[in-house]
Design a binder for this molecule. Structure first.
Ligand SMILES: [Zn+2]
Ligand SMILES: [Zn+2]
Length: 378
């Protein structure tokens, strides 16, 4: 089962020449979940992977940089006669916001579900859940989200199973599904259950306990880093985080990979990365259209694929990536930190599906933003 994060926008508060406003697309198998939908998100998607048929949109909070792209996107889905239902989740207040947006998107030909989540409430999906994590930021209710897979069955020992009289094939499958076969119980031939993967997205937040708990041993923590530590006072005033604070949280929570985003237009990204890596080596600052592939842990660590590398791969017609493709950057250049229990080697994870970029031109490798842009704080 492939699992990845695609960053449609990595700016904070205001877009810059090279970064769009926040939106992260999580793909798991055939599921497509969007976390935040800043202004311009649908165009960011059209310029990269295409405006996909999303299942759900999760809004972290109601600062305009995190949702202003939603009404236009709902309208675009309507204009192309989408029939599948779409669910929008967010903190209390979402219904009121959507009612205001209705003026923009009008009547929709598809079913639009709107659900306000209570703090720590979970949305159950097929094989995983999405949990609302109450974070600490300006506004009445602000969430991060944790995407947590169910644990997987352990490995079946085929030699032992045969020795106990089970015929390979169909009966092995029954044992793996938890059935007893000819008196042989699954626990006699199956190894311990293996943990699923966990992704955590901070939304906007000052470092907080709820986020640290949710991020414990996460495969990937996507954390905002609006400021450098020399701006810590400003970060505290606006209830944002510095790169160093995000790295300290990642280190303490033993996450495997930290991806920094919500980058202020005052920063290019490298300085945030260096500050964070001094605390937590396995840190990347993501750029627009980057992808993080998250294989099952026994297949290797999460890897960052830069958009430019993906374009080059697509142009050359090289095969889709696996856990350690040549075009991937080993995240942070360091081994993953933290040890998770209950994981064993040997599972065959699927390679992520290769999607042809909708437009190969226009990669976001534009020059660094001009100096002196306003301080981001939303
Ligand atoms: Zn923001
Ligand atoms: Zn905000």
């Amino acid at each position: 089962m492939d699992l990845s994060l695609f960053f449609a926008g990595t700016a904070g508060s205001v877009p810059s020449a090279r970064r769009g406003l926040p939106a992260v697309l999580v793909r798991r198998g055939g599921d497509r979940l969007l976390f935040d939908c800043g202004e311009g998100t649908q165009r960011q998607l059209l310029r990269s992977v295409g405006l996909l048929e999303l299942d759900s949109v999760f809004i972290t909070h109601f600062h305009a940089d995190h949702w202003l792209g939603l009404p236009g996107m709902l309208k675009s889905f309507a204009l192309r006669e989408r029939a599948e239902p779409l669910s929008v989740y967010g903190p209390p207040g979402l219904k009121e916001l959507m009612a205001v947006m209705r003026v923009v998107y009008g009547r929709l030909p598809y079913e639009l579900g709107i659900a306000e989540l209570a703090p720590a409430e979970t949305v159950q999906r097929d094989g995983y859940l999405v949990a609302a994590v109450p974070v600490h930021h300006k506004g009445q209710a602000c969430y991060g989200y944790a995407i947590v897979e169910e644990s997987r069955p352990g490995h079946l020992d085929p030699v032992l199973a045969e020795k106990l009289g089970v015929t390979p094939g169909r009966d092995f499958g029954r044992l793996q599904r938890g059935e007893t076969v000819d008196g042989v119980r699954p626990e006699q031939v199956m190894g311990p259950a293996r943990e699923g993967r966990k992704l955590v997205i901070s939304g906007d937040s000052t470092p907080c306990e709820a986020l640290a708990v949710a991020a414990h041993q996460a495969d990937v923590l996507v954390h905002e880093a609006t400021f450098l530590h020399e701006e810590a006072e400003r970060a505290a005033q606006t209830l944002h985080s510095t790169a160093r604070q995000a790295a300290e949280l990642a280190r303490d929570a033993q996450v495997r990979l930290l991806a920094l985003t919500h980058v202020s237009s005052r920063h290019a990204g490298g300085e945030l990365r260096e500050e964070a890596r001094a605390i937590f080596a396995n840190t990347e600052v993501v750029r627009d259209f980057d992808t993080i592939h998250v294989p099952f842990p026994e297949r290797g660590a999460a890897t960052l694929e830069r958009w430019s590398d993906r374009l080059a791969r697509t142009v050359k017609g090289t095969p889709p990536v696996t856990a350690h493709p040549g075009g991937h950057i080993p995240c942070g250049g360091a081994p993953p930190t933290g040890t998770r229990t209950g994981r064993q080697a040997g599972e065959h994870a699927q390679a992520p599906a290769a999607e042809t970029p909708a437009e190969q031109a226009g990669a976001p490798e534009s020059p660094a933003p001009p100096p002196g842009e306003p301080v981001a704080s939303s």
